[in-house]
Design a protein around this ligand. Structure first.
Ligand SMILES: NC(=O)C1=CN([C@@H]2O[C@H](COP(=O)(O)OP(=O)(O)OC[C@H]3O[C@@H](n4cnc5c(N)ncnc54)[C@H](OP(=O)(O)O)[C@@H]3O)[C@@H](O)[C@H]2O)C=CC1
Ligand SMILES: Nc1nc2c(c(=O)[nH]1)N=C([C@H](O)[C@@H](O)CO)CN2
Length: 236
C-alpha cells in the first residue's frame, strides 16, 4: 500500500482495530482522517502523527450528516473510506428495539449516507475504494446478538449494491472478520471457547485486518466482494 495525496477515512479509529490500521497507513506515508466518538489516548496519538480526527456519533441521521458536513469542510477528495465504527451490543429484555435501531444506524445508515454523500470526493481520486468491516457471524446467524448480526448482514448487502452502483471508478468491498481481538473483560473460559472454535487457534490481532485492507486497496480488479478473515471458523 503506497501513500496517495488524498486521505483515507477510517471511522471509529480511536482504539483497537481502527487505531492500528490508521497507524499502519501513516507508517506508509498515507494521509489519514479518522472519526471518533469518545476522546481516547489513541486519538491524540494519531493527531500527533498528523492525522485529522473528527468527532462523530453515528447513532442518528443528524449525527451522521453533521459528520459528513464537517468532513467536507476539511477535504474535497478521498483515496478510500474504511467503515470500521461499530458497537457490539447484546439485546436484553426491554431494550430490543433501541439496540436494533442503534445497530442499524452505525452499521448500515452511517455507511449508506457517507457513501452517497462522499461519492464525489472519491471520484476525485484514482484508484478509489470503500471497505465495509463486517463480521463472519453473518454466515450463520447469532442467537445472542441477532440485531448486531442482521445489521452486519445488511452492510454486506450494501457492499454489493454500492459496488454495482459505483463501478468502475470506485471499488467497494468488505471484510468478514471472526475473532480478531478479545475485549479486556473477556474471561479465560470465554477466550478458551472462542479459540476452540477457531482452527487457526490464535487471537490474531489487528495486523491481519491491515493486511486484508492493503490487499483490497492495492488490487485494481476486485469489487463487490466480502473477503473472509476468520481463521477457518467456517470449517468447524
Ligand atoms: N474485535 C474483533 O474480534 C472483531 C471485530 N469485528 C469488526 O471489526 C471492526 C473493529 O472492531 P473493534 O476494534 O473490536 O471495534 P470496537 O468495538 O473497539 O469499536 C470501534 C469503534 O467504533 C466506535 N463507535 C461505536 N459506535 C459508534 C457510533 N454510534 N458512532 C460513532 N462511533 C462509534 C467506537 O468509538 P468510541 O470508542 O470512541 O466510542 C469504537 O472506538 C468493527 O466493525 C467490528 O464489528 C468483527 C469481528 C471480530
Ligand atoms: N464492534 C465490535 N464488534 C465485534 C467485537 C468487538 O469487540 N467490537 N468482537 C467480536 C468478537 O471477537 C467475536 O468475533 C468473537 O468473540 C465480534 N464483533
Amino acid at each position: 500500500m503506497s501513500g496517495s495525496a488524498a486521505p483515507i477515512l477510517i471511522t471509529g479509529a480511536s482504539q483497537r482495530v481502527g487505531l492500528h490500521c490508521a497507524h499502519r497507513l501513516l507508517d506508509q506515508g498515507q494521509p489519514v482522517i479518522i472519526s471518533y466518538r469518545r476522546e481516547r489516548e489513541g486519538v491524540q496519538q494519531l493527531r500527533e502523527r498528523g492525522a485529522l480526527a473528527l468527532p462523530a456519533d453515528f447513532s442518528s441521521e443528524a449525527g451522521i450528516l453533521a459528520f459528513i458536513d464537517e468532513l467536507k469542510r476539511h477535504t474535497d477528495s478521498l483515496r478510500a473510506i474504511v467503515h470500521n465504527a461499530s458497537d457490539w451490543l447484546t439485546e436484553t429484555p426491554g431494550n430490543e428495539a433501541q439496540v436494533f435501531q442503534q445497530m442499524v444506524a452505525v452499521h448500515m445508515l452511517a455507511p449508506y449516507l457517507i457513501n452517497l454523500h462522499c461519492e464525489p470526493l472519491l471520484r476525485r481520486s484514482t484508484p478509489a475504494d470503500i471497505i465495509h468491516i463486517s463480521d463472519d457471524v453473518t454466515r450463520k446467524g447469532s442467537a445472542k446478538r441477532p440485531a448486531y448480526c442482521a445489521s452486519k448482514a445488511g452492510l454486506d448487502s450494501l457492499t454489493q449494491s454500492f459496488a454495482a452502483r459505483f463501478a468502475p471508478g470506485i471499488q467497494v468491498n468488505g471484510l468478514a472478520l471472526a475473532l480478531i481481538l478479545f475485549n479486556e473483560g473477556d474471561d479465560a473460559a470465554y477466550r478458551a471457547k472462542r479459540l476452540a472454535e477457531t482452527p487457526m487457534d490464535i487471537e490474531p490481532g489487528a495486523e491481519v485486518v491491515y493486511h486484508s485492507l492493503s490487499y483490497l486497496l492495492d488490487n485494481p480488479y476486485v469489487t463487490g466482494t466480502t473477503l473472509t478473515v476468520n481463521g477457518g471458523r467456517h470449517l468447524v
